[in-house]
Design a binder for this molecule. Structure first.
Ligand code: WQD
Length: 337
């Protein structure tokens, strides 16, 4: 009997890619997702890729009663991967209470259900936004957690503290807090990828939609930063590499003999500027992108990239794909939509 893993937000961008990798690693995912940030046909795509239709519950992750009944339906759960949260930095500035209520409420619901059913392994979807604008661009897990630049980032800082507090309260918990850098790309088969709601907040989906003619022109948010070409630097990581890290984190949790709560940076360890991403995209896909330089975007961090050595050493995980691979896969995916 395969070990079951509850995956909240399992039909989402990173969640769906992670479900595919969980099946490949011999786990049986149980998805909790109300599809507010996804489409139901993503479940069919997962079945196409894995040959198995994952168990799924269309449930709001903040609904205590419903979530607890899902947990109680399955008595052989090896762990939980909690993705379900709102994640648009810009939107969080406009709608802060929606972000605090949903992102914090859903985590508390999951933690309470874990306590009620005696599940201790939790992988939490965190973010490099917890570092704010670091003093040095390369960050390790010991880099100071700064005041977040947005309510979204603040919910990630608060949620990490909630997991730590639950551990301190004596609840049996083994937590892995995965701090994603910038997830990009799509599944190499083009059967899964990013499905932004409305106008994309993030750079790469905006690039692919501009290349596809859905957007008139990409505006680069400022080129007067203190970086080699004046544009912001980020650590762009392929979504499949990120998905594989979640499986490694579950396996790491299963090896732990004591309660714990550990953070891991998930990035390539290399920074790319906005203009480098644009030129790389044009080169790898043989397309010309219509873009112009515009004003800075409020809340943007100037530059940040991961030191991923802790995840590489302790999780036995290393990125396999390059940024160029991710930019090719994102364009291949966009062309299927
Ligand atoms: C990257 C760069 C923009 C759009 C994201 C997620 C956040 C977290 C970290 C996971 C910035 C520039 C963008 C555009 C542009 N991920 N840009 N024109 O802000 O680093 O945050 O990754 O938790 O959830 O939001 O990513 O892709 O929005 O921006 O010039 O049309 O691209 O200014 O410099 P960001 P992003």
């Amino acid at each position: 009997m395969n070990k079951k893993i509850i995956v909240t937000g399992g039909a989402g961008y990173i969640g769906s890619h992670t479900v595919v990798e969980l099946v490949a690693a011999g786990y049986e995912p149980v998805i909790i997702d109300d599809f507010r940030n996804s489409r139901s046909w993503i479940i069919d795509r997962i079945a196409e890729l894995t040959g198995k239709s994952p168990l799924g519950y269309a449930v709001d992750c903040a609904d205590e009663k419903e979530v607890l009944s899902v947990f109680r339906n399955h008595n052989d759960i090896a762990g939980v991967i909690h993705f379900a949260a709102y994640k648009a930095v810009g939107e969080s500035v406009q709608k802060p209470t929606m972000y605090y209520q949903n992102n914090i409420g859903s985590l508390c619901t999951v933690l309470n259900a874990m306590k009620e059913t005696g599940i201790s392994n939790l992988v939490f979807s965190s973010s490099c936004t917890v570092y704010g604008q670091p003093d040095k661009p390369e960050v390790t897990e010991n880099t100071l957690i700064q005041k977040a630049n947005s309510p979204y980032g603040d919910t990630k800082i608060i949620c990490e503290r909630i997991v730590e507090s639950v551990l301190a309260s004596g609840q049996n918990i083994k937590g892995a807090l995965l701090r994603y850098f910038n997830p990009i790309g799509a599944h190499p088969t083009s059967k899964l990828g990013e499905l932004p709601n409305g106008i994309p907040n993030n750079l790469v989906p905006y690039i692919t939609q501009t290349a596809a003619g859905l957007r008139e022109q990409l505006v680069v948010n400022g080129n007067d930063y203190n970086t080699p070409d004046g544009t912001n630097i980020r650590d762009y990581i392929h979504v499949v590499d990120l998905a594989k890290a979640h499986v490694k984190a579950i396996e790491w949790l299963e090896r732990q003999t004591k309660n714990c709560c550990e953070a891991f940076n998930l990035g390539t360890g290399k920074g790319s500027s906005v203009l480098e991403i644009i030129h790389n995209f044009e080169k790898v896909n043989g397309v010309k992108l219509n873009y112009k330089i515009g004003p800075r975007r409020a809340g943007d961090v100037e530059q940040i990239f991961a030191n991923p050595s802790k995840a590489e050493k302790e999780l036995g995980w290393k990125c396999q794909y390059s940024v160029a691979d991710a930019l090719k896969h994102s364009w291949d995916w966009e062309k299927t939509l």
